[in-house]
Design a protein around this ligand. Structure first.
Ligand SMILES: [Fe+2]
Ligand SMILES: [Fe+2]
Length: 237
């Protein structure tokens, strides 16, 4: 398996996989790389080089997931990346999916599409609720716990005492399955009286979003949660 390393040129990275574009944007990196490599850009933008490499390599290769290494990064770093992904989901991916779906519905009179629209609306509501819950409960808890673990503060704020990461971080399977079902309805059951381009664009967007979301959930489930559980053991012992 070929991994990107610090000498990899940014241009090569995007030629290899354009889906990495939103990922590197989350680190504040924009196009116009010239001949800069990963090490140059991380220095320039004050980005943690090893964290950046771990995130892009994990996104690129499904089998590559350096759990131990990823867990060694600070909670602030991990939570910051996850928060930026949430912003992308809410402000870019979901509105784009919605716009494409509306396009599709406007140009056809199929009842299937109305069903897809209402299925999507429910899916979106559930996902936003999940994200909101992480933003308001799980992430603040993680950051407070990290402060205690680092001995920057004596104990957790009163309203967080008695909680554990498992009470905050809910399973991802439900939202993942719903997205798969949505794709499946379109692929298997859509009556073929729609505009090809519009429908393909909608489906491509769903696939792309699913990939981004799966990567995100994997970082939460396999990195953040075990890391926090280890901290809990240490702090609450
Ligand atoms: Fe999340
Ligand atoms: Fe999540």
């Amino acid at each position: 398996m070929d991994l990107f390393d610090k000498k990899t040129k940014l241009a090569f990275l995007i030629h290899s996989n354009y889906l990495l574009l939103p990922v590197i944007n989350r680190f504040g990196i924009k196009l116009g790389f010239r001949d800069k490599n990963i090490e140059d850009i991380c220095l320039e933008k004050n980005i943690d080089l090893n964290f950046f490499l771990a995130i892009i390599n994990a996104f690129q290769n499904h089998e590559y997931f350096p759990e131990k290494e990823l867990r060694s990064f600070s909670s602030e770093l991990i939570v910051d990346y996850l928060r930026k992904s949430h912003i992308d989901f809410k402000k870019i991916s979901l509105p784009k999916i919605e716009q494409q779906l509306n396009n599709l519905v406007e140009k056809s009179h199929s009842d299937d599409l109305k069903i897809i629209q209402s299925f999507y609306a429910k899916y979106k509501e559930e996902l936003i609720e999940h994200i909101q819950d992480e933003e308001e409960n799980a992430f603040p808890y993680v950051l407070e716990l990290q402060k205690v673990a680092d001995k920057k503060t004596e104990s957790l704020p009163a309203h967080l005492v008695g909680y554990s990461i498992q009470s905050f971080e809910k399973e991802h399977t439900n939202v993942d399955e719903k997205l798969f079902d949505l794709k499946n309805i379109v692929i298997k059951y859509l009556e073929p009286n729609y505009q090809n381009n519009d429908c393909n664009a909608f489906l491509f967007e769903l696939f792309q979003f699913e990939r981004d979301l799966t990567d995100h959930a994997r970082i939460e489930d396999k990195i953040l949660v075990p890391k926090v559980m280890a901290m809990e053991k240490e702090v609450k012992a």
